[in-house]
Design a protein around this ligand. Structure first.
Ligand SMILES: *Cc1c(COP(=O)(O)O)cnc(C)c1O
Length: 820
């Protein structure tokens, strides 16, 4: 808890009346508008600033307290924080929701409209960035002192528009109208060097010290956003860095009369924080990306080291006060940069520096996809970070020396464990660097962590069997239940009491109501209300009318071949064919709802979006369907859209090729809100199955070892297609061009790929998926049974709270105290 600060100003007044005054004051004095002239956006800004006032004092107190007590702090380094909106989160976590809404209503302003004015902070691509955002909220809710460190991108993830069924990308401008949540800290500006050379300076005692003389310096300027925990118990800081050219640079050039040159140099420096890389699961390999990675890693280290040194002086005790978590390998250069700071700037011996480095750092792996494992050409590293490259060579020499000693003469092992990949030009393997520099490495679901031990880190695991652990992902229930689904939350509070708001495991209390017909009806009624709201959004954004009593079958996530939206679209075609073949059978009405962005350069993913639209055009217009099948693609998937879709989901599609989805978190959000999952045994689906039970989930398809065997045998889709009447019919429609009359050859290549290769085993899983979908229909026809299973999903997914995940990190990796 926050100790009282006798120097603080008086607490901010509470109550709707006080809130109304506060909002009006902000509108007048901070926004400079009158009530009559205020636009919705002005009301949003005024409201956000009034809410922010409640955050500031507890925030300052908590930061001061962490500083005074010298508690160990967690530093969460992530190139992405997919936060979404903050107004509702801050109101809700501070218990201000009712007051603010009443205040706005009394001012004749619609709370819903002004909440919708807030732009999404889309500083991430998908799951990895959203995980970082959930973790920040859970850290604050568990009162663990923590900083999130990342980049304040001027432009977050692109906006997706759909034209003629094709994805188009538009720049995202979340900072166009100022951001009410952040505090600029222009006085906190760390110099970040690039390029140049390394000088060797002889010390008096004959020792040699290395001094890096960068050719170029960019300033990392801090912007702080307070992150409020549940019930406002604790407030932490998300510190995002913005790149600024140092003034000296500009002045020199200006004085030489090179005005254009000075400005372009400035633009080059500031390009670092200009834009988020929009590729999910495949590193771009561009120099700017490496500059981004080093930029925020170095800024974070300088910041936390300065904080430590001000109090303790010596850096020997750093691991007692500092836990640095690397969210994937993007900040892995921290290993070399921390070594450089300890060795070169602080004169520490190698062995001590290495102990401190490993003691502080731990690393989370997010993927097994070989194409997503990050590596950088040695030549680029040498040019951009010459001293770091030397240190990486030294780390590698010591590391491989230890390996040789333990396993003499094993060259295969040496090559496999080396930080340098020698095969495809020489490259630094960032995963290996992160592994050796960490005291703990974790995967993000039980299956994923097990596969890490068997595949990418097999030899590392043999070398240090204690290092690899599992921390199954979670999601914050405040955002993904309480805030996005207030009707369900209210029903739950009424039925099982409010304990679950503070202890998600208390949702278990629902189990005893799962068979209760009256409760089932109320549960279904909440869902119906949420589906009506989604139907409204669908109508507004796509023009398509959907029936809220039909089953809402939801497939929302980044568009990627391994996530297999294509499998779902092919099944949609097959279902369409089946309904047309037997129009008089009793078909269960379904709306297939897709949303997700494809990386701009990922042509196959973009073609899947186009196919979904081609299928939708035909299905939605066919009078024979009579609302029994509709297909919807909602554009511009982001956190705010997810918050509308998820409470309205009946069925959750989690159908990745087994062994390829590290965890998934969308699966947890949907299940928590009472959707039944149709899914493969992949990622955290496996653990969800253990929690909710096989009778409440629809599992189908190849398992991970079966996928591996198929691939070893050299899988071709041809045989599976020939063996399946339904699938061959679907393939024929794709190749014949009936789905794409404007371009009959559009899907020829797609079909050829499925026949010849089908790396993602779409054809292999098609029949079992189609059959499982008919089981879904059968259960849907028995509404009482369906509702029972849906309630049990909500009841039994409490374990997937990110509070549980963060507690595990705190106890087993960071070793910081945490309340229970
Ligand atoms: C939860 C979430 C994700 C991750 O979804 P998966 O289904 O786990 O891939 C991606 N984007 C947004 C906006 C999310 O909220």
């Amino acid at each position: 808890m926050t100790p009282p600060d006798t120097n603080s100003p008086a607490p901010v007044a509470r109550g709707a009346e006080a809130m109304r005054d506060a909002i009006l004051r902000k509108l007048t004095f901070d926004i400079g508008k009158s009530r009559a002239g205020a636009l919705e956006r002005d009301w949003f800004m005024a409201t956000a600033l009034a809410v922010r006032d409640h955050v500031v004092q507890p925030w300052l107190n908590d930061m001061r307290a962490a500083y005074d007590t010298g508690e160990k702090q967690v530093y969460y380094l992530s190139l992405e924080f997919l936060i979404g909106r903050l107004l509702r989160e801050n109101m809700s976590n501070f218990g201000l929701m009712a007051d603010v809404r009443a205040a706005l209503v009394s001012l004749d302003v619609s709370p819903a409209l002004i909440e919708a004015c807030e732009p999404d902070a889309a500083l991430g691509n998908g799951g990895l960035g959203r995980l970082a955002a959930c973790f920040m909220e859970s850290l604050a809710s568990l009162s663990i002192p923590a900083f999130g460190y990342g980049i304040r991108y001027d432009h977050g993830l692109f906006k997706q528009a759909i034209r003629d069924g094709w994805q188009e990308e538009f720049p995202e401008d979340w900072l166009n109208f100022s951001n009410p949540w952040e505090f600029a800290r222009p006085e906190i500006a760390h110099p970040i060097g690039f390029g140049g050379s390394v000088e060797e300076v002889e010390g008096g005692d004959g020792s040699i010290r290395h001094v890096w003389k960068p050719a170029e310096t960019v300033l990392a300027v801090a912007y702080d956003t307070p992150i409020v925990g549940w019930r406002g118990k604790h407030v932490n800081t998300l510190r995002l860095w913005s790149a600024r050219a140092p003034d000296v640079l500009r002045l020199e050039a200006f004085n030489r009369g090179d005005h254009i040159g000075a400005v372009s140099e400035r633009a080059r420096a500031e390009a670092i924080s200009r834009i988020l890389y929009p590729a999910d699961d495949s590193p771009s390999g561009q120099e700017l990306r490496l500059r981004q990675e080093f930029f925020f890693s170095s800024a974070a280290l300088q910041d936390l080291i300065r904080r430590h040194q001000r109090v303790y002086g010596s850096l020997n005790t750093l691991p007692d006060r500092v836990a640095i978590q690397l969210n994937d390998t993007h900040p892995a250069i921290v290993v070399a940069e921390l070594m450089r700071i300890l060795l070169d700037d602080n004169g520490m011996e190698w062995a001590d520096a290495w102990r401190v480095t490993q003691g502080c750092i731990s690393y989370t792996n997010h993927t097994l996809l070989p194409e997503a494992l990050e590596s950088w050409p040695v030549a680029l590293m040498e040019q951009l970070l010459p001293r770091h490259m030397q240190i990486i060579y030294m780390i590698n020499a010591v590391h491989l020396g230890e390996v040789s000693e333990a396993y003499p003469g094993d060259n295969r092992l040496l090559a496999s464990l080396s930080l340098i990949e020698e095969q495809s030009g020489r490259r630094v393997r960032m995963g290996h660097l992160a592994f050796v520099g960490s005291h703990k490495v974790n995967g993000v679901s039980a299956l994923h962590s097990e596969l890490l031990k068997q595949t990418v880190f097999r030899d590392f695991h043999m070398l240090s069997p204690q290092k690899l652990t599992n921390k199954t992902n979670g999601v914050t229930f405040r955002r993904w239940l309480q805030q996005c689904n207030p009707c369900l939350t209210e029903l739950l509070v009424e039925s099982i009491g409010p304990d679950f708001l503070d202890d998600p495991e208390a949702l278990r209390g629902l189990e005893k109501l799962a068979g209760d017909a009256a409760f089932q009806q109320r549960f279904a009624e909440v869902k119906r209300v949420n589906k009506q709201a989604l139907a409204q959004v669908i109508r507004e954004r796509t023009g398509i009318r959907v029936d809220p009593t039909a089953m809402f079958d939801i497939h929302i996530k980044r568009i990627h071949e391994y996530k297999r939206q294509l499998l779902n679209v092919l099944e949609t075609i097959a279902l369409y064919d089946a309904i047309r073949a037997e129009p008089h059978r009793e078909w269960q009405p379904r709306v297939k709802i897709f949303a997700g962005k494809a990386a701009a350069s990922y042509h196959r993913a973009k073609l899947i979006i186009k196919l979904a639209h081609d299928v939708a055009r035909i299905v939605n217009r066919d009078p024979m369907m009579r609302d029994r099948l509709k297909v919807v693609f909602l554009p511009n998937y982001n956190v705010s859209l997810a918050e509308v879709i998820i409470p309205a989901a009946d069925l959750s599609e989690q159908i990745s090729t087994a062994g390829m989805e590290a965890s998934g978190t969308g699966n947890m959000k949907l299940g928590l809100n009472g959707a039944l999952t149709i899914g493969t045994l992949d990622g955290a689906n496996v653990e969800m199955l253990e929690h909710v039970g096989a009778e409440n989930m629809f599992i189908f398809g190849l398992t991970t070892p079966e996928v591996e065997n198929r691939r070893k045998e050299g899988w071709h889709g041809q045989m599976a297609i020939e063996a399946s009447f339904r699938l061959s019919q679907v393939m024929d429609q794709l190749s014949s061009g009936v789905l794409s009359p404007d371009d009959r050859g559009r899907y020829v290549e797609m079909v050829r790929n499925l026949r010849d290769h089908d790396h993602f085993l779409v054809t292999a899983d098609f029949d079992s998926y189609f059959t499982k979908q008919r089981e879904v229909d059968m259960l849907w026809a028995q509404q009482a049974e369906w509702q029972r299973a849906a309630i049990l999903n909500t009841a039994r997914l409490g374990w997937f709270s990110s509070d549980r995940t963060i507690r595990e990190y705190a106890e087993e990796i960071w070793r910081v105290p945490v309340e229970h």
